[in-house]
Write a protein that binds this ligand. Structure first.
Ligand SMILES: [Zn+2]
Length: 357
């Protein structure tokens, strides 16, 4: 795989609302951690590792999730590894001129106290709570060293409803440490699919009652009904992806009217086949045309080999103007889960950089 030519960055102040910490690890770090921890990997250099895990062509959400199986055992359950990826994440954001970011992860997937059939992780005593504390500590240091603002979002996992109440509890406990919201990730949230989905709803209700913000992965590869469910029963303020909302005109009207924020991820959506390969037919174009509340995000850089500049450029290739990309950045600021004080600061910074939008 050839390394990409460096593109000129036209956007000096970026905001990212939808990126997974465990999907944003440097490939080099995976190799170094594997060596350090004595973990066996099929590959020993970055190019081969990338060839193994990067989705270069339109594939599927399932394939994307499969890539996690390669590197999660190298990171999960290890305090130093979690510490390192959170710190490097801040450094990588700063390099991309991302000045405010909300990074999300499943505390359970990075722990080793959960019996997990998903990943081959040796059991130990690094709990989901330890994961959250370790990530918080590292993000705090990273923010200081790289002069950026970072908040975090804790993810429930669609097929693991038994973890959800603990996720809500951790959100409540670590609210003062930059944990701003709850999310649900995994294969698209589809109502009625899981008999225990009421536990997810309970967790989101608990978050709502406790002043924890809510975002839900929905309408990505799954149908618009997932978006409706998120809005009707999970108090969702933002939707992760949401492309398939267009299948239900009434629901789409509601999203427009209520200014529900859609965290779009252009490159991810094409590689997972959530959206058509023909970028001129991408739902983002309709969202922009209809003055929907959209933002542009990366999702999983280690698997997509992208950064936020690439996603902005992809949006431009679709036909968005620079101004429409900037509108997405302002939308992200307004719909972020930052404190009122931080939001005011971010918006005034944005006006200084781009002019009012
Ligand atoms: Zn996602």
């Amino acid at each position: 795989m050839e390394s990409k030519p460096k593109r000129k960055d036209r956007f000096s102040y970026k905001i990212e609302l939808h990126v997974h910490l465990d999907g944003a690890i440097r490939p080099q770090t995976v190799l170094e951690l594997a060596r350090k921890r004595g973990q066996h990997l099929e590959t020993s250099n970055v190019e081969d590792l990338k060839a193994d895990i990067v989705l270069t062509k339109p594939s599927s959400l399932r394939k994307l999730l499969h890539s996690f199986k390669v590197f999660m055992p190298v990171v999960a359950g290890d305090r130093d590894a979690v510490k390192r990826i959170a710190y490097e994440f801040c450094e990588d954001c700063a390099k991309e001129n991302i000045r405010y970011v909300e990074v999300r992860y499943s505390p359970h997937f990075l722990s080793n106290t959960q019996p997990m059939s998903e990943f081959d992780i040796a059991p130990g005593d690094f709990s989901p709570r330890d994961v959250v504390e370790t990530v918080n500590e590292s993000l705090k240091q990273g923010q200081k060293d790289f002069d950026i603002k970072v908040n975090s979002i804790l993810c429930c996992i669609t097929h693991r409803p038994e973890w959800s109440l603990e996720v809500a509890q951790l959100c409540k406990e670590y609210k003062a440490d930059g944990v701003v919201a709850i999310d649900i990730a995994g294969e698209d949230f589809e109502p009625g699919k899981d008999p225990k989905e009421c536990l997810h709803k309970q967790a989101f209700t608990e978050a709502y009652k406790s002043g924890i913000h809510r975002t839900v992965h929905a309408g990505e590869c799954g149908p618009s009904a997932g978006v409706k469910e998120a809005l009707d029963h999970m108090y969702a303020e933002r939707i992760g992806h949401g492309y398939h909302v267009l299948e239900d005109p009434e629901l789409y009207e509601r999203v427009l009217r209520d200014k529900i924020h859609l965290e779009t991820c252009p490159i991810s959506s094409i590689r997972t086949k959530a959206c058509p390969e023909d970028i001129k037919k991408h739902p983002l174009l309709k969202f922009v045309k209809d003055a929907c509340n959209y933002s542009i995000n990366t999702d999983d850089p280690i698997i997509l080999d992208n950064n936020l500049t690439d996603d902005y450029e992809t949006a431009l290739d679709m036909g968005l103007t620079e101004d429409q990309v900037i509108t997405g950045i302002f939308n992200a600021a307004r719909s972020s889960f930052a404190s009122a004080e931080d939001k005011k600061q971010i918006l005034s910074d944005l006006v200084r950089v781009y002019g009012p939008h």
